[in-house]
Design a protein around this ligand. Structure first.
Ligand code: B16
Ligand code: MG
Length: 215
């Protein structure tokens, strides 16, 4: 029986995945990489900032020292945080608030499991924070998805066993992490059919069978 739902953030509750893509594209151009594309960006979903940088750098010839890589990752984050300035509740994806309200009514605990270190600011600016019981994010963990740490920390903060949690994710790394955490999973988003989750749905705005998902 599921007692808690752990939501990924980017691409599940909010459309910030597009802002990540815009910021990485801008950084790539600044360092002379013109080949960075959406396919590369798909592989960045759910993985850490430094791992995402490596995916950009694969497309260029130049080698960077560790210190230079940190500077590049910081530059991308500055661009991204600047893009977050105008973020508000319009960035919340269709169906998300309705589901959060429904889960509240059912007394199901609600957690966030995101590797983004910008999770607190995104939850505040979108107003989603009012629905969330516990947040596990990039600031709480040392290993990013596909490692299960972010979901195990979320379950622990919610006071639940892994088998009592359902994870909702849009990335391959996230679904692998949910499996590794021994949690049930629902894949959403453009890649939902390819992610090998227990359940899948194109969007949170589609009708979902909550008896099946939580049973
Ligand atoms: P930040 P999620 C992930 O969030 C993004 O999907 C991924 O593209 C990004 O690299 C990562 O957060 C780190 O984000 O640079 O803001 O710390 O999908 O786990 O909610
Ligand atoms: Mg995501």
């Amino acid at each position: 029986m599921i007692k808690g739902v752990i939501f990924d953030l980017d691409g599940v509750l909010v459309s910030t995945d597009e802002l990540h893509y815009a910021a990485w594209s801008q950084l790539a151009k600044m360092i002379g990489i013109t080949e960075f594309n959406r396919e590369d960006n798909q592989r960045q979903k759910g993985v850490s900032r430094m791992e995402s940088l490596e995916i950009v750098l694969e497309k260029g010839e130049k080698c960077y020292s560790d210190a230079e890589k940190v500077l590049l990752a910081n530059m991308k984050n500055d661009i991204y945080v600047n893009l977050l300035t105008d973020l508000d509740q319009e960035a919340v994806l269709p169906g998300a608030v309705e589901i959060l309200m429904r889960l509240k009514k059912l007394e199901i605990k609600i957690g966030i499991g995101s590797v983004s270190k910008n999770t607190p600011i995104i939850l505040e600016k979108t107003g989603l924070i009012t629905y969330i019981d516990e947040v596990s994010c990039g600031l709480d963990i040392t290993n990013s998805k596909p490692d299960p740490e972010v979901f195990l920390v979320a379950a622990n903060k919610l006071g639940l066993q892994p088998k009592e949690c359902l994870v909702i994710e849009d990335s391959k790394a996230g679904i692998i992490a949910a499996r590794a955490a021994e949690m049930r999973s629902l894949a959403v988003g453009p890649e939902h059919k390819k992610l090998d989750a227990d359940y899948c749905s194109e969007s949170l705005s589609n009708e979902l069978d909550w008896n099946l998902l939580l049973g």
